[in-house]
Each structure stands twice: as structure tokens, then as C-alpha cells.
Ligand binder design. Structure first.
Ligand code: GDP
Ligand code: MG
Length: 457
């Protein structure tokens, strides 16, 4: 596939960090919408993407001193709203190059917290470049906000107490990073971005420092990642979500990293009941600076070039498995090969999961949620003997029933965000297999732990 260094694609950006550091707020502020309040249980469960076009970036970055808006060559940012590091790990482990730059959010009042350190390790392991947003600077005692200003100039204009508190907290956090073998420096003082990770003080809440953060990512992407961002014709497209919409039927939201999708393209995807082959009827993208999940108007496209978050309309997408690639069939003799490939992706993903001879049966709607659930079970020392993706069928119940002879406590299915038909439930009742169902992962965990305690009485 040919690469063109004159045409850069948008870098794909992920936001990671400990719970409550302000990841959702950061995304909201960048896209100026309010998704945070609409999330199920306040937890970011599903993956969405926001594209921030170059014009919007220039406007925000103007606030950073020494930033030249005319230097912007990338068409914008594509920001992924990750539901935490699990989905990130999961997408990355499939060999997807999905995240180009990460924003690691740290609460200046709390420093490095356990999930921050986990995210940090993951970023280092994957070699993903990242910038640290030292968030909630507005909580420094006596801090006066001004989101219009360059954050470094603005910090200098604060009272001496604020400056002192900033310095103390900043230095403590530098030490905490050093303890994790990472050298950090404030982005305006960082002369060597290969050796030192940059930190930008921010208030996701009030907007202070966001211009500096975005400006840093623009400069870094163009200076250090140009080769990686050079547009490539080879298709690199991952299904992030499968969703059913009134009037549109079941659609898939994809991240098109590289290459082009066109109306009329024959696509091949992985399904829970076998490979799915369909024709693209339409390609939709939300209006700029709006989140793909927020209801609103879509713009229609005949053809879209990466990197973009795209909603694909086609028939027969009901059973598509999220988290895996979408292929385009260019020649009819490729079709069978691509179908076999698509199905192998799921088998590979499921067989790569290490299972125990005795344990519960786990079933989820997506690979991302499955893996998040398995992480939790591991941390709780709950073994699992089998896993599956998609609706619970009788054959799943039969497999789970095999535990009745071994360890009855495990003769159950933890079903996350998947349908269980009434006849399947009746079958399970007859077979003495318990099915725990939930749409929020934490509810499922609570239900199961209650059940386990019940049995131990
Ligand atoms: P997440 O769990 O990392 O997604 O964190 P949220 O974005 O949900 O934020 C957690 C809480 O911190 C919310 O109550 C936010 O309003 C608050 N918050 C986020 N960013 C800031 C900030 O910059 N300053 C202050 N004071 N509060 C913030
Ligand atoms: Mg959140």
C-alpha cells in the first residue's frame, strides 16, 4: 500500500487514568457537550469517538503561547472515549494500532493512583506516546481561573500561595513518576520529548490549560508521528460498537484508521453466528465537535477516508461482534478468504483466553466487555471455565450444566448485556443452571457475589 507524507490523517487519541480524575469532563470540555450526565451509572461503558476538526483545534490552541495556527497540517483529532484501560488493552492486543497518542489524566490533588499506574504500565508496554494532563488545578487554594490564557503565563499570575502549592504538588508527582521509571517535565520546559514525558496543567472543569494540551498534541503528532500518520491506502478499520437505531436498523460504529470506505463496498465482518457479508448502504458522520453517541443529525457521505469515526449502514449487521476488524472485499475471489479470516478473529480471541477446568460460564455482548468482566473475576479469584460472545443459547446452558457434576456452585452463566430468550431461560431452569443478567457490569458482579455467599451459608 502506498503512503503519502503530504497527506496526514488525524491522530487517534485515547484518554486514560484513574476513576474520577476527570477523563469524561476532559472529553466534554474538548468537544463542549455534556455526555457525562447521560452515562449509565456514571460509568463510561461504551466506546464513542469524537472528531475535532482542524478549525476547532486552531481556535482552542490559539490560547497557547507560541502556537502558530498556520502550522496545523493534520485534519483534526479523532478522540476515543475509552471505558478505561481494559478496552484499550483489548484493542491493542489484537494488533490494532488504534491509539496514536494518549492523554493520561492525573488529579493534581491525588497524584498517581492505582489505575493511573496500571494505565502507565500499559502505555509503556505498548510504546504508545502520551502526555499527562495534571488536572483539577482549579482546586489549588485561591486559584483564579482564566481559560482564555496560556496556562503557564496564567500560573505565574497567581498568588504566591497558589504558586507554592502548585510547585509542591507538582514536585511530588514528578517523584511519583520517577518511582515508576518515567521522567516528566512541564510541556513548556521539555526540551527532549523522547526522554521526558510532558505534563500540562489543566482544569477540565473550567477549561484552563486545554488549549496548551491540544497544542502540545498537535505539535507532537506533526513532529514525531508524521510517518505513522502519513495517509495509507491499506484499510485499517475496527468495529467499536454495534447499535440499533430507530429508522436505521442495526448499524456499526467503526474507527476507520486508514484507507477508504465507500457506499456500495462489500464488507465482511465477524458475527456471533458466523461471518457476515453485506453491502454498505450509507456512511454517516456526526456534525463536527459532536459525539457519535449523542442523538443528533448525521451527515451522509458517499466515501470516507481515515482517520474517522464512522457509522456504517448495511443490512444484516445484528450479530456483528465489536472489537474486531471490518474488511472490504475488492475482488469476488477474495470473499471466501475474508470470511474465513473474519471468523478466525473471534476464535483466536476466545481461545487466547486462559480458562480453568472448573468455573463459571461467562457471556458478553462484546469482546471489550467480556475482557473487562474477566479482569474483575480474576481480581475476585472467581474461576471461569468457558466464555462466549452474543445471546445465550441452549448450547451455552448445556456447557454450563457440565459443572453440576463437578462443582455445582459454578453451574451458572454470567450474562452481560446479552439477551436470554424465554425458552432458553426455561431450559436453564430445568437444567438447574442459574443465569445472572445485567447491563451494568457492576450489577452483575454484585449479583454473583451475593449468590456465592448464598451458597456458602
Ligand atoms: P472520570 O471518572 O475520570 O471520567 O472523571 P469525571 O470526568 O467523571 O470527573 C469526576 C468528578 O471530578 C466530577 O464531579 C467532575 O465534575 C470533577 N472534575 C473533573 N475535572 C475537574 C476539574 O478540572 N476541576 C474540578 N474542580 N473538578 C473536576
Ligand atoms: Mg468517566
Amino acid at each position: 500500500a502506498s503512503r503519502n507524507f503530504d497527506v496526514l490523517r488525524s491522530p487517534v487519541i485515547c484518554v486514560l487514568g484513574h476513576v474520577d480524575t476527570g477523563k469524561t469532563k476532559m472529553l466534554d470540555t474538548i468537544r463542549r457537550t455534556n455526555v457525562q450526565l447521560g452515562e449509565a451509572g456514571g460509568i463510561t461503558q461504551q466506546i464513542g469517538a469524537t472528531r475535532v476538526p482542524a478549525e476547532a483545534l486552531k481556535e482552542r490552541c490559539r490560547k497557547a503561547r507560541n502556537f502558530d495556527p498556520d502550522s496545523v497540517k493534520i485534519p483534526g483529532f479523532l478522540i476515543i472515549d475509552t471505558p478505561g484501560h481494559e478496552s484499550f488493552a483489548n484493542l491493542r492486543s489484537r494488533g490494532s494500532s488504534l491509539c496514536d497518542v494518549a492523554i493520561l489524566v492525573v488529579d493534581i490533588m491525588h497524584g498517581l493512583e492505582p489505575q493511573t499506574i496500571e494505565s502507565l504500565k500499559l502505555l509503556l508496554k505498548r510504546g504508545t506516546p502520551f502526555v499527562v494532563a495534571l488536572n483539577k488545578v482549579d482546586r489549588l487554594y485561591g486559584y483564579e481561573s482564566n481559560p482564555q490564557k496560556d496556562i503557564y503565563q496564567h500560573l505565574k499570575a497567581q498568588s504566591s500561595n497558589v504558586q507554592l502549592e502548585f510547585k509542591e504538588r507538582y514536585e511530588k508527582i514528578v517523584t511519583e513518576f520517577a518511582e515508576n521509571s518515567v521522567n516528566v517535565a512541564l510541556s513548556n520546559q521539555n526540551k527532549n520529548t523522547d526522554e521526558y514525558v510532558s505534563i500540562v496543567p489543566t482544569s477540565a472543569f473550567l477549561g484552563d490549560g486545554i488549549g496548551n494540551l491540544l497544542a502540545y498534541i498537535v505539535d507532537y503528532s506533526q513532529d514525531k508521528l508524521a510517518e505513522r500518520l502519513a495517509f495509507c491506502t491499506e484499510l485499517d478499520c475496527t468495529v467499536m460498537e454495534v447499535r440499533s437505531l430507530p429508522g436505521l436498523g442495526t448499524t456499526v460504529d467503526v474507527i476507520l484508521l486508514n484507507g477508504t470506505l465507500k457506499r456500495g463496498d462489500i464488507i465482511v465482518l465477524t458475527g456471533t453466528e458466523g461471518p457476515i457479508c453485506s453491502e454498505i448502504r450509507d456512511l454517516l458522520m456526526p456534525a463536527p465537535l459532536r459525539e457519535i453517541r449523542v442523538k443528533g443529525d448525521y451527515e451522509h457521505y458517499a466515501s470516507i477516508q481515515g482517520a474517522q469515526g464512522v457509522k456504517v449502514l448495511a443490512k444484516g449487521l445484528d450479530n456483528v461482534v465489536a472489537g474486531l476488524p471490518l474488511f472490504v472485499c475488492r475482488r469476488s475471489d477474495e470473499l471466501e478468504v475474508l470470511k474465513a479470516d473474519a471468523q478466525k478473529q473471534l476464535e483466536k480471541a476466545l481461545t487466547s483466553i486462559k480458562k480453568k477446568p472448573e468455573g463459571v460460564y461467562v457471556q458478553a455482548s462484546t469482546l471489550g466487555s467480556l475482557e473487562a468482566l474477566l479482569e474483575f473475576l480474576k481480581s475476585q479469584k472467581i474461576p471461569y471455565s468457558n466464555v462466549n460472545i452474543g445471546p445465550v443459547h441452549k448450547k451455552d446452558v448445556q456447557k454450563a450444566a457440565a459443572m453440576l457434576d463437578r462443582n455445582a456452585e459454578f453451574a451458572c452463566i454470567l450474562a452481560f448485556d446479552v439477551p436470554v430468550d424465554r425458552d432458553v431461560q426455561q431450559f436453564a431452569d430445568r437444567e438447574n443452571v442459574r443465569i445472572f443478567q445485567a447491563n451494568i457490569i457492576y450489577h452483575l458482579q454484585d449479583n454473583f457475589i451475593n449468590y456465592r455467599e448464598e451458597l456458602r451459608l
